[in-house]
Design a protein around this ligand. Structure first.
Ligand SMILES: Cc1cc2nc3c(=O)[nH]c(=O)nc-3n(C[C@H](O)[C@H](O)[C@H](O)COP(=O)(O)OP(=O)(O)OC[C@H]3O[C@@H](n4cnc5c(N)ncnc54)[C@H](O)[C@@H]3O)c2cc1C
Length: 427
């Protein structure tokens, strides 16, 4: 790769990967700088598009998009662009043998699905791994809820009692199973990722396949914590379903995010065929600009600063959690370009007294135009060759809306293609 990248992406969360994949698939030289894995390491492997609007459940997320405020990233891009982005993502996941699909309602229209979690709650989400059998989820009568001894926070009895509170699950016949841990006494507090890694090796699967073969025969559905392999490899899940003799659905879990890591695995594989370079443990510190153009980012790695030149830049550095935004009393700042993010000077106004109300801190972030270029309070573009994506953007609250990876996929795609086009123009 020549010293100057066409597109320099900062951040390796969902938004950064989408921007990189989009630009690279358009023939651009892409370099990614990142300090960590971002929220893919802690999130589930499903794509939330839009679960709630103003606290109301959106069974049809596309109908919900039309009700969002004009400043929401989906509305800035437009619904058609969001659809194109999801389509691009699905195509690449399918190419990597990890297809992601939507469920459909009685009229054949795509809709949200309520996925069970290991807390026994139901969470709306939109794109699911194809192996998730949605019709078994909605109609199975006899459900086996299984866990593993020593697995943190996954108790079948609690899950069953919680699920029974939902009308759609109340009348089902539940049974529970806690399997002995294959990790032995040494791992009293195993995570789903420890077990999923073990399952990657065919010879280490017997403890689970034997236990399910013995107990699942009379069931229509098995609910498991996410242990069907740590990679985007459908064979592992397939082998477990074969042994169970019925559909096996993984419940969404607390971190570490086995499902998110599978998506990461598939995205990294998708990037292998392109002119793509990833520089890990490199923290972007600041930008060099020339007039209204950004020319380079200075990044620190192993105690040394290095200059990374590029034609265009995509900042996908996440929010407060990811490291993209820094808070000081009465002030919010975007960390790399040094943008001031509009915020009330009175910190008390950053949150609402109502726990489930609208909180400013949850929606704070960089404001952009429809090409994802940062704008000032007069809506003028700061730098025409700098683009933002994902949770670093303002105008939405992914946690209450359930729109996290959906916004990251959509805005990452938009920023990636806009950066690719700007790099082409700048040649
Ligand atoms: C526990 C949890 C579970 C979730 N589960 C789901 C789910 O199942 N489905 C869903 O749709 N959404 C989920 N979400 C929401 C979703 O993960 C995020 O909204 C979304 O993916 C954000 O992606 P991002 O790429 O914008 O940011 P992040 O994932 O935060 O990535 C930011 C990246 O930027 C890097 N970075 C930051 N600053 C710098 C710097 N200066 N230099 C270099 N690199 C830098 C970070 O290391 C990181 O790689 C979940 C969120 C949480 C917290």
């Amino acid at each position: 790769m020549s010293r100057i990248a066409d597109v320099l992406v900062v951040g390796s969360g969902m938004a950064g990967f989408m921007a990189a994949l989009t630009a690279a698939s358009r023939g651009k030289k892409v370099r990614m700088l990142t300090t960590g894995m971002g929220s893919l390491a802690i999130s589930g492997g499903t794509i939330d598009l839009l679960g709630y609007v103003d606290g109301r459940y959106a069974a049809d997320p596309w109908a919900g998009v039309a009700l969002l405020p004009a400043s929401h990233p989906y509305r800035l891009m437009g619904e058609e662009t969001v659809r194109e982005a999801l389509h691009f993502f699905q195509q690449h996941m399918a190419d990597q043998h990890w297809p992601m699909r939507t469920a459909t309602n009685a009229d054949g229209q795509p809709c949200n699905v309520h996925m069970p979690t290991i807390m026994g709650t139901l969470k709306p989400t939109y794109l699911l791994p194809e192996r998730v059998n949605v019709s078994a989820l909605t109609s199975a009568r006899r459900v086996l809820v299984a866990s593993v001894e020593g697995l943190r926070d996954c108790r079948p009895a609690l899950i069953i009692s919680q699920l029974r509170r939902y009308r759609s699950w109340a009348d089902r016949e539940f049974s529970e199973l806690t399997m002995p841990s294959p990790l032995g006494e040494a791992h009293r507090s195993a995570s789903a990722l420890d077990l999923a890694r073990l399952m990657d090796k065919p010879r280490s699967r017997q403890w689970l396949t034997d236990a399910l073969a013995a107990r699942a025969g009379s069931c229509d559905l098995v609910l498991l914590p996410p242990v069907c392999g740590s990679k985007a490899q459908p064979e592992t899940w397939q082998a477990i379903e074969k042994a169970a003799g019925c559909p096996v659905v993984e419940m969404l879990s607390i971190p570490p995010g086995v499902g998110g890591l599978r998506l990461r695995d598939a995205l990294l594989r998708a990037l292998r065929g392109y002119d793509f370079e990833m520089v890990e443990n490199a923290r972007a510190l600041r930008a060099e600009t020339d007039g209204d153009s950004c020319t380079a980012l200075i990044a620190e790695a192993s105690g040394q600063e290095r200059r990374h030149e590029a034609r265009t830049f995509v900042l996908a550095t996440g929010g407060i959690l990811g490291g993209g935004l820094a808070l000081q009393p009465g002030m919010v700042r975007e960390n790399v370009m040094g943008l001031d993010v509009a915020a009330p000077a009175n910190v008390e106004q950053w949150s609402s007294p109502e726990l489930f109300g609208r909180h400013f801190f949850a929606e704070m972030g960089v404001r952009v135009d429809n090409a994802m270029r940062p704008t000032d309070s007069q809506a003028s573009v700061h730098w025409p060759n700098v683009f933002f994506a994902g949770r670093s953007l303002g105008g939405y609250d992914y946690a209450t809306e359930k729109s996290g990876h959906g916004v990251a996929v959509a805005t990452g795609w938009q920023a990636g293609r806009m950066a690719a086009a700007a790099a082409e123009e700048g040649r």
